[in-house]
Design a protein around this ligand. Sequence first.
Ligand code: ZN
Length: 360
Amino acid sequence: MVSQKSRAVTISGLILALVVTAWAADSRTKLKPGWNLFSPQQDIEMGQQSAKEAEKQLPILNNQQATTYIDALGKSLAAHAPGDKYPFQFKIVNDTAINAFALPGGFIYVNRGAIEAADTENQIAGVMAHEIGHVVLRHGTNQVSKAYLAQAPLSILGGVLGSNSVGGVLTQLGLGFGLNSLFMKYSRDAESQADLMGTQIMHDTGYDPRGMVEFFEKIQAESKGRAIQFFSDHPNPENRISNVQHEIERLSGAPPNARRDSPDFHTVKNLLAGLPAPRNGARGATNAPTDSRNGGKPQPPSSRMLSFSSNDLQLRYPDNWKQYGQGSAITFSPDGGIVNNALAYGMMVAEFEPDYHGQG
Ligand code: ZN
């Protein structure tokens, strides 16, 4: 009796272990894009325009062999990303800073310095998969949506957005399409989501996702107090590393026969090492994108005034202030008056209809 009972316990223990294993195999962190005012198609439109602006400012590396390799590697990773499909394209920036960035809709830039710092293909794949994570989780337009809501709630309620182009929305926010934009100022939350999504993408593409951890550890050790852009928004790279390690466990480790390296990667790495050193800093290329337009101090208000009038509102404002917005919510501000995409100096005018319950 006793032995039968213990056998039953053993068997149910085994079944439980099997169930737990099956669950563990599919226990990846569920990641979805956050709240967004825009459609995925608008992500692509915004990305296209931003890419055009960005490439005027960035020293894009003009080497076909290296670019073809990076673009093909990126596309193979992106093909395994979940959700909406975007027209991914990958280019190399001739900059030695260890960094990469993504614009909405799939326009991704990898610095030469990041490729040169990677020891194996799966390390640079980790950086690229992280950027793909930002695209498919739509972090860029999520940021813009939040900024828009914070700044012009009444115009959204008034349905103004519906009749606006994407460019119109960015202009209303006082933002351009260039590198100054909000697209790259992600929250720490968004960064860790991109790490986890990147880990999943690497795993699903057949890469050993531990390459991401190795790359983080490597640049952390090399940085020794120097700020590395790829970590600049992360005061705790250790957390970042342990979060990725935990996600790898949730994916039950590296996939079978996981890919770690390729001869092509080393061919490109050698090729880059043989190219002349980029002239960093000439155009501030190694610095994080800064909002040059809003960076300076605002000018004092001019004594000359301009008139503004709408259906039932008339006012005057200094002629060195600009007008953003339309309809029921308008912001007037000088250059430099909008800081971190919120009004710091200037004025905001909003009209609303009081909910009047007349008596008698
Ligand atoms: Zn990131």
